[in-house]
Each structure stands twice: as structure tokens, then as C-alpha cells.
Design a protein around this ligand. Sequence first.
Ligand code: BGC
Length: 347
Amino acid sequence: MGMKRRMTTGIVFCLGMLLFCACGKEQSSKEDKVYLGVAYYDQSDTFLNSLIDCLKDELRDYEEEGNEASILIRGAGGSQRIQNDQVQELIDAGCNVLCVNLVDRANPSEIIDLARENNVPVIFFNREPVTEDMMQWDRLYYVGALSEQSGVMQGELAVELIESDVGVDRNRDGRIQYVVLEGEPGHQDSIIRTENAVDTLKSNGIEIEKLSNGIANWNRAQAQNQMLQMISQHQNKIELVLANNDDMALGAIDAYEKLNYTESALPVFLGIDGTDVGLEAVRDSKLAGTVYNDKEGQAAAILELSVALVTGEGMDAVALEKERYIYLPYFKVTKEMAEALLKDKNL
Ligand code: BGC
């Protein structure tokens, strides 16, 4: 064999080996293990903590079915800068799918860039990025619920109560004096829930008069403070409290309890979420009703989508709207439903 021939054979052999190795790598890089990296905006948020508990439950069931999975969770304490660093940390730790609950839903670009550079798909949840940002890359998804629907349902609950109980209009002036406790400004669930609840009351022919509104950032203690101020301003004129979530509705109730109001002087309180504390308050007739934000359904959808993205299997079964969105429906909760839900959860 001449020198040239030997070299060619050598090169062909090496190329063959390279190809062989590359194919081998290709096969083993088809991942089976789902490694979820979860980043959420604030560890003190009641709804999100329970949603993440649901996600852990889902993951446990998935493992019990004989699959390999793990999860790494980081809370950002309300700072987008911290969250960006946490996402980098999750990627460095080897997470192969990112579940991101943005701090600032209008500011996801850094996270999207990081994910794209490392080719790790992102499932945003609960705090919805705007459409233009969702279009920045084709491996971006969103799991949540439709704010408008929750607002309409809260409005319908109010209509049902007002129509079935003349006592709601305590001063009998034919109008319902109401206040609103709002979540964070800029969150899709704040403005849209309020607008739709109020519009639903109006479109059902209920005469309403807004006395005040206060921003309490989804937070029970802040809502209590806001409510104390509103009570000092309007005394017992307030007949209805519309809160953008259960925690704020509970904060409003705390304010009245602090002031020792008697039951007959209390307004009607309505929340949204159906958190455990919220459901207990509905069962105990402190909260007139709430609207269930289906955290179990959202967690299941996040995991189903994660598994499909990582393993490349089951994507056809994922019910995506507009190719990248999953919205779980809300439902209304009054006393009986709250009792049933709590019983179901052994609470
Ligand atoms: C929930 C709130 C929660 C907020 C956080 C909303 O959908 O109703 O309870 O605080 O999301 O982003």
C-alpha cells in the first residue's frame, strides 16, 4: 500500500469514526430525563406557591410511572435582575426546560436570549408576556388562564348575590356602592379582571357606584391597609368589595375584623383564585364567592408540555392554541362548591 493510499484509508477511517460517534451522540442526546428549571417572581405569593406545589405533585406522579425527572426552583423576591441570574443558574445546572413566571412580564428579552443561546425551551406561566415577545423565538410557550373570563365570572357572582338578596344594598338607595382592590399594575389579571367584573354588573342592569380603588399588589397585608383607609374614608357606605384575588379579599375582611364590625354592617366580599384559605373563607361564609384559577390544570399542562418538549414525544396530544398557548378555564365557586373542593383536598 503506497503512502498516499494509506493516508486516504486513514482519513476515511477517521471520518467514519467521527460519523459513528456523532450518530451515537445524536442518539444519546435524545433526552428522556425531564429536568425542570422553575423561576417565579416572588416566594411570598400564595397562589404561585400552591401552583408550584401542584407542579411538584405532578412530577412525583410522573416519576412514579417509571420516568426520570427532577426539578430546581428559584424565587426572585420581586427582582427581574435576580430572576435573570437565576435563569442562567438553572441553565448551568443542566435544566432542559425552563418554566418562567416573569417578575416583569414586559421584560423577558434577557431570559429569551439566554434560553435561545442554550437551546432550552421556555414555558412562561401565569404572567403572560406580550405577543411580540412570544414571537421572539419558536420555542416559547405560555400556560395560564384568560383574565377576562375570571372578571366576567366575578361580576356574575356579584349579580347573582345582588339579585337574590336585597340586603346587599344596605342603604336601599337602589345602587351598589363598591370598592376595588387591585393586583399589581401592569399584570394582565389586574385591569382586565376589574373591567370585566364591573362591565358584567352594568350589562346585567345593576346600578353601581364606585367609591374607591386601591392597589394592593395581590398581597393580604397591603389589602388590609388599603381597606382600612377606604373604611375611614367611607365608613359603612361600602356594600361590595371586588378583589382581584382571594388574598386581597381576605385582607379586606381582616380590616373589618380589626375594627370589630358587626356582621350586619359588613359589605359583600368577592375574590378570585380559590386558594385553600380562600375556599375556607367561602365555606365559612366570610367570602361570598370566588372564581377558581385552575392551578392543578395549569401544573398538569406545564408538565405535559415539558415532557413533550424534552422527549419529543406526545406533542400532538398537547392542546395548544395559536401553536404556543394553553389557557385553562376558570369556574365559579360558592359555598357548596367550596365545601366539595375542600373535602376533595381533605381539608
Ligand atoms: C393570581 C394572583 C397572583 C398573581 C401572581 C394571579 O393570576 O390570581 O393570586 O398573585 O397571579 O402573578
